[in-house]
Design a protein around this ligand. Sequence first.
Ligand code: C5P
Length: 230
Amino acid sequence: SRHWCVVPAAGRGRRFGGEVPKQYLRLGEKPLLLHTLERLAAHPRIAGLMLVVAADDAGWAQGLVEVLGKPLLRTCGGAERADSVLAGLRALPDSVGPVDCVLVHDAARPCVRPQDISRLLDLAVPAGGGLLAAPLRDTLKRADAQSRSVATEPRESRWRALTPQVFPRAALQAALADASAAGIAITDEAMAMERAGFAPLLVEGAEDNIKVTTPADLLLAEFLLAKMER
Ligand code: C5P
């Protein structure tokens, strides 16, 4: 079956710096955001895209109503990523039923591999939901306020959460709304689902599915995409 994908792109890119939010910067011949949208739309198991942009950016590529033949809808995001994802879920077409699984993928991750999306869908959809993730490779330190290392966290069983993440639409929407009402800062969909008592499946994905956060990441993404497209 095919799934809709919510693409949060309403961040202001404060850590990146600069006037223009990072998702609109050019990466090779097109904006970062368009690379991500095309990569998703090209996947045979993605039915359509729900792009979530900041109210100020509502005019971004306004004429763009489909990408590679897949419908592109858009809605306005909120103050935090979780607010943007919730807005995107609420704006999905009625054809997406409550138990249908929906993907969520960061606009800032243009390098996701199609095979990883396929594996995620094959494994996590039957498991009730899950996410791409990468096992932690470095030793993890806990710091005090003076940046002194006070403890070393066990590395086994620690993963870095990537996207896409995939969950049934209504369950995810309820989990995000609930966390928001409780005033809890939610940094990914899996966190909201864990809070609702569900254990999302971790599906190992490629490490180079980076989230472009700094100018150096943009160079790395350009290199990775050029390599993948060859
Ligand atoms: O800020 P961070 O890098 O975690 O953002 C991850 C993704 O979430 C980015 O694609 C960003 O545009 C999006 N986002 C959003 N709404 C916000 C903040 C971030 O859609 N308020």
